[in-house]
Design a protein around this ligand. Sequence first.
Ligand SMILES: [Zn+2]
Length: 191
Amino acid sequence: MQTEDTRFSKDNLRLLVEGKLDWEEVKRALRLRPKDADRFWKYLAVLQEKVPWKDRILLRISDHLYIVAKEGGGRIVKCDCGQEFGDYRINWKLSCRIYVRRTAEQLAEVVATEEAIPNPELVEIREFYCPGCFALLGVEQVPIGYPPVFEMLPDLDTFYREWLGKPLPDERPDWFQDRTLQKPAEWAKGK
Ligand SMILES: [Zn+2]
């Protein structure tokens, strides 16, 4: 068991996560050499204390979303509100409430400068909301009909094994696979 590295404290990490850490302290943390070896673990512990559920956080992937190890097996995407988005290998956006801005009027509501409003014949803006807490989870501006952008599919086993030196207990070669197309295939079958 590693001993705790106290040069950058867990309390400071908590303040950093909350956006309240003094800028001088942030710079000190950035410049610390060598870095405190247990920073990632302290960071995970801070995140875990802030969510109301018990599933183990493996990685935070956005302001509200985490990849967690589900009790009883599986790695899923979960919102801090508790809403679950299923297997992390399937783009979580497909399980969201989605608002699509298609007309010039709808685009103008979120683009303040007139010259910057995209051409609605070419482009749409999609907003992805959590079905549980209605937090805005993501926004993308893409050509009409473009598949939802899969922003992050991390190779968790390599990260935990090679970078953190602590392999995950359910390590398997098929975890690092984009399975997003399974979702529309299920819809097509009426599931
Ligand atoms: Zn939520």
